[in-house]
Design a protein. Structure first.
Length: 254
């Protein structure tokens, strides 16, 4: 569509992310080595090119490119099959788990691809397709081992992190701390972030938080949410807003 002179393609950077969410109270994800192996074994660039049409950016934090605190996370695990194999071997026990996912064709293709990639690293994965209502219920009630899930995100990083990673929600059901994640350092940074007004200081705080999350890996990120809006060149005044919603108030037809 970008090559077609009749159309304009708007691609505002999103707020959210897709990822593999892991329950840290359930084996094998109670062991950091397996969470690392899951992240290293995913050839995300291949998935991006083949299943996502090369559109979304690879994610390494809870902050999509449409957010002011968005920044690269230097310590996020790189795609490295050999490293994944060595972590599985160091674990010293058979690795198997069930991955739930939304029962749609796109999610099924992604789940099957991940199943094969993890299999190459020595992890046996059973796939469990469920409808969208059920997956939401399973996540908030923490009835899962691993799950493909999306958070569309919000403009403020506090909303993208506080309910998901603060330990005070870890053992609360229902809550958005789906995997029972707890880290006192993360709690400290979350409280500091919400109490800080200066944009530059906030960005530094949430950048440090992202690096702690990249070390602990409660989630293995896949892609940032990417919205694509295609309009004819006759349509004017449509703003490209990162939340992906189409706002008609100031539009006109030339």
């Amino acid at each position: 569509m970008k090559k077609n002179a009749k159309y304009t393609v708007l691609q505002p950077g999103g707020f959210g992310y897709d990822g593999v969410y892991m329950n840290l109270t359930e084996p094998p994800f109670d062991d950091l080595r397996i969470r690392q192996a899951v992240a290293h074994a995913m050839d995300r660039e291949l998935l991006r090119k083949t299943l996502q049409f090369g559109i979304p950016d690879l994610a390494d934090s809870p902050y999509g490119p449409g957010m002011t605190v968005h920044q690269k996370v230097p310590n996020y695990p790189k795609d490295d099959l050999a490293k994944a194999k060595s972590l599985v071997a160091a674990y010293g026990k058979p690795v198997s788990f069930t991955l739930q996912f939304n029962n749609s064709p796109g999610a099924q293709r992604l789940a099957q691809s991940l199943q094969e990639m993890w299999g190459l690293a020595g992890m046996k994965v059973e796939l469990q397709p469920v409808d969208q209502n059920r997956i939401v219920q399973n996540m908030s009630s923490k009835q899962f081992v691993a799950s493909l899930y999306r958070f569309t995100g919000r403009a403020d990083p506090h909303i993208n992190t506080y309910p998901f990673f603060h330990s005070k929600f870890a053992d609360v059901t229902p809550s958005s701390n789906y995997g029972h994640y707890k880290n006192p350092k993360v709690d400290e940074l979350l409280e500091l972030g919400v109490a800080t007004v200066d944009p530059a200081k906030r960005k530094a705080i949430y950048g440090e938080l992202a690096q702690v999350l990249a070390t602990d890996l409660p989630y293995a990120y896949l892609f940032y949410v990417a919205d694509n809006i295609v309009i004819t060149r006759k349509v004017k005044g449509l703003p490209a807003v990162p939340d992906g919603l189409v706002r008609f108030a100031d539009m006109w037809l030339e």
